[in-house]
Design a protein around this ligand. Sequence first.
Ligand code: HEC
Ligand code: HEC
Ligand code: HEC
Length: 425
Amino acid sequence: MNLASGLMKLGLAAVIFTYSSSVFAVNPAEVKKGEYLARVGDCISCHTAPHGKPYAGGLPMLTPVGAIYTTNITPDAETGIGRYTESDFAHALRRGVAKDGHHLYPAMPYPSYAKVSDADIHSLYVYFMHGVKPVRQSNKASEIPWPLNYRFPLAVWNRIFLDKQTYQADASKEASWNRGAYLVQGLGHCGACHTPRGLAFQEKGLTHASDHFLSGETLEGWSATNLRGDHNTGLGRWSEADILVYLKSGANQHSSAFGTMTTVINNSTEGMTTEDLSGIATYLKTIKGTNDQHQKPYQYDPNATLAQFKTLTNYPGARLYQQYCVACHGQDGKGVAPYLSPLAGNPAVMDPDPSSLINVILNGSPQLKAQGVAAPFNMPKFRHMLNDTEVAQLVSFMQTAWNHPLEATSAQDVAKIRKLSPSAH
Ligand code: HEC
Ligand code: HEC
Ligand code: HEC
């Protein structure tokens, strides 16, 4: 054995030793826990491109100043986060700062993840280092033009808007409420879509202490409805059980998930434990309404609604509804819950912002899949069948029918959403 081959063997032994010691050092239960938390955080939905490898990044996210691309968070050492220490990882998740020190755009929901506990960060880190397959795939540069692509103003943004404290349990509340609050405000980042944003793209409230928290916002052409206690446009008429069933299966007696919420159900909430989902439901039901408390709570009256429908058949929207929609959603607007969503009294239909209604008619909805079972029906797309005026007439009709308070939608509103979603499906 010459010196070179001796050294090679020694090197090989060292590699094997490092490899096996790192394998033995990993606790499989920790990896499993991290995998579950990654699902709660829905990391996969953003960090995976359509038809791409899990967590390898490359999904474009639209911002008002140009598209940015999510990054590779597989443990590949060259192109992913393989060289991140646990502290680098914690810094990226809770402070929005990458290993090389550059600031992340808040399209990464780090203002919510700032609430995540050290123990959960640890499990997530163990999962990403040992439970995720490394993928060699370089990150794409953002399309934000110079000089807006300078990242240093983000440090100032963080100083103003980032709350650095992890979740602090409220001792006056039960464990299940605290668990729900921790998940909703933190890893679940529900507010990233459901809380209104200010001029600097900051969420106007990160906890229930703010009246803005979860009161509804429109992102990428979908209105993420109010999740507060408002009785018509919020969850006021939903029981805790209704919320749980919705998050577990994607549909309940009031509504079905569509638009970006379908991804949240498919990749995240459907896989959450019943205890965690009950905690979320318990917590959400304690957030008081702030938007429509002055209105009367909606009540379904089959006779009144049918009479109203008949007088509306002179309206073009009612005729279109009869032609294209009635087979699935029914003249009484009740559909066949939970398979064909009811429209009467549905908070998504009573939402004063028509974006989601327009979008779902134009583009349909992606396939809902819960517990490995695909939903039997899907909302079809009418993009090529109906023009902007017809879609506006349909939306205006739904906003008036079944005792809904009148809101008229214009063809211009439809044109805007049509333009925003040109390549959808
Ligand atoms: C709503 C979309 C979204 C979700 C959900 C999301 N991320 Fe991100 N993440 C991003 C975007 C966008 C970037 C890149 C931002 C930039 O380039 O400024 C990013 C960047 C990162 C980075 C920095 C890596 C690098 O080299 O740029 C890490 C680490 C990371 N995310 C981890 C996670 C983990 C772990 C989760 C789940 C707990 C998660 N992300 C969930 C959008 C998301
Ligand atoms: C990526 C954006 C996004 C995230 C993140 C998100 N949602 Fe949603 N959500 C939406 C959109 C858009 C809608 C409206 C479409 C619909 O009703 O399915 C919605 C609807 C809902 C509804 C139905 C409300 C109704 O009145 O019909 C519930 C309940 C809900 N979300 C709960 C949550 C919870 C809890 C979380 C956090 C665990 C969450 N969402 C995170 C986008 C999001
Ligand atoms: C083949 C049956 C079918 C037809 C026809 C149909 N829909 Fe749907 N629609 C659905 C299903 C199923 C959903 C639930 C989302 C999903 O899983 O795709 C839905 C969802 C919706 C929603 C969102 C409400 C919610 O809570 O899910 C609206 C609004 C809607 N449809 C309006 C219409 C209108 C207007 C028409 C006619 C232009 C129409 N639908 C035609 C099956 C149908």
